[in-house]
Design a protein around this ligand. Sequence first.
Ligand code: SF4
Ligand code: SF4
Length: 351
Amino acid sequence: MNTLNLNGNSVPFELGQTILEVARVHGVKIPTLCHFQAADHKGVCRICAVEVDGADRLLPACATPAAAGMVVVTDSERVMLARKLILELLVADGDHNCLYCESNGDCRLQDLIYEHGIKQAPVKLPYQQRPIDDATPMIFRDFNKCVLCGRCVAACNDVQCNDAIPYPYGRREEKPLPTGWVPLADYDRCVHCGECVQACPVGAIVEKKAMGLARPWETEKIRTTCPYCGVGCQLWLHVKDERIVKVTGVEDGSPNKGRLCVKGRFGYDFIYSEERLKTPLIRENGSFREASWDEALDLIADRFKDIIAKHGPDAIGGVSSSRSINEDSYQMQKFFRAVLGTNNIDNCART
Ligand code: SF4
Ligand code: SF4
């Protein structure tokens, strides 16, 4: 069994694990900011710096493989000073005013600043206005709040594979960062999936429709299944006063592991549409009239009986909606097979 020394304790680990992974398994907290497991994105921000015996500098826990016999300290004075310095430099650059930031209460930088007891940045770097991108209906980008962690770049290019946010942020070590580079999206490639929104740990990329509607502590998170197609992606509905203010993917939920498409993330307005059908409609003489459920179901049953009597059960076919849950689709196929007596049953999961 491989072991290393973590904060004075001998702990086992699996070959291939990083120091961060070993620490997490053993309940030792190491802060992260840029680390993005889904894309194996790491080693940019250095907030996870730890002290390793024999190393001439602090090492990033997220990108350093654990090794047998290693002696690691995660919270020494030197480590804490380095983390504070990194955080102070991050807030010294750009515009990080939580009062008017959409992500106040849901910001990794804000949490880290608080946890590390930073009261104010000791220096303020010369302010350089960075781009604000308000060009699309769904996503608002304000790079004055960006901490250049690269998570949005990895999310777009390596997770969703849309290649809409140009490198080279993740290739920083191979290619010097061009002056003034920010992760602007290329809208010829962007599919508005919002993966970059979900990946951004600060308020630099946010859902435009949610802006100004609710602070995170005012919302209740309700888990549900996306109503659009048969994949069944898991969603968090962020709800305030019984209205959805935004939707995010459930990071540890299968099958999507936090990923969503444009419909699942942004297409929930139909719920509140005045044009939604609220009662059954029966067509008579070429136009529809409202009916009760009892009347509509009786009519359907009578018509089914007529058709089966005249042409047999295979004259009937059913298509279950992809917006239905599995249980409803199961019941529908049972009804068609066991009650009506036909195998003509399908699902319209073709999108
Ligand atoms: S919305 Fe999706 S495709 Fe567009 S930039 Fe963000 S991650 Fe890339
Ligand atoms: S926009 Fe957000 S996710 Fe992208 S680099 Fe900046 S802080 Fe990181």
